[in-house]
Ligand binder design. Structure first.
Ligand code: FMN
Length: 186
């Protein structure tokens, strides 16, 4: 199996990070892989914001949990039952602010692609990662403008999602692929 296929197979979501931060070289390589992502008509309606400020990450986590409890109690309870952390003590978050595109929702496809490029690049460097759609809840309340300012989002951009990066406390297991999802028509 080649390295690319191996990375795809080995990637899995990490929900318990150590305190160890990725190096600047690793984060630079990951950011470069992110902006190499394809996008519809190459419009690149995303930005890549790498955050390693622990206080800011904690502040966003607290706000995200408060907003989640207010907006979606059952999802909040689900998060609680899983340990109560939104960001799992990750020392690094990569945010992808996005701008609305036409046709409606096209930017969300680009968002998924850039997030996946990011986690695969992280896997290839021996880092643990997890996609974090719930990061958007940090921006869902009164602190929306405050966090957008802190993270230097360009004007007109909203939080798409984030990817959490770091090292896993213990090795994870990739999910079992469901072979019934594949069909060849000949
Ligand atoms: C768009 C997207 C958003 C996600 N958001 C979260 C999240 O907020 N928190 C979380 O713990 N996992 C999140 N995940 C991870 C999924 O739960 C995970 O990919 C899935 O359970 C399969 O497990 P695997 O990543 O280990 O293969 C997200 C995944 C995707 C693709």
């Amino acid at each position: 199996m080649n390295e690319t296929l191996k990375n795809i197979k080995e990637r899995c979501s990490c929900r318990d990070f150590t305190e160890q931060s990725p190096t600047n070289e690793q984060l630079t390589a990951i950011a470069q892989a992110a902006i190499q992502s394809p996008s519809g008509m190459n419009r690149q309606f995303w930005h890549v914001i790498v955050v390693t400020n622990k206080e800011l990450i904690s502040e966003m986590e607290k706000e995200g949990l408060d907003n989640l409890r207010e907006i979606d109690e059952s999802l909040y309870q689900h998060v609680k039952s899983r340990g109560g952390a939104l960001f799992y003590h990750a020392p690094c978050m990569v945010f992808f602010p996005i701008k609305a595109a036409q046709p409606a929702g096209a930017e969300l496809i680009d968002l998924g692609i850039i997030a996946q490029n990011t986690v695969l690049a992280a896997t290839s460097l021996g880092l643990a990662s997890v996609h974090c759609g719930l990061a958007a809840f940090a921006f869902a309340g009164n602190k929306n403008a405050y966090f957008k300012d802190k993270l230097k989002f360009p004007n007109g951009y909203e939080c798409g999602m984030a990817v959490l990066l770091g090292y896993a406390t213990s090795p994870g297991t990739p999910h079992e692929p469901d072979q019934s999802k594949i069909l060849f028509i000949k």
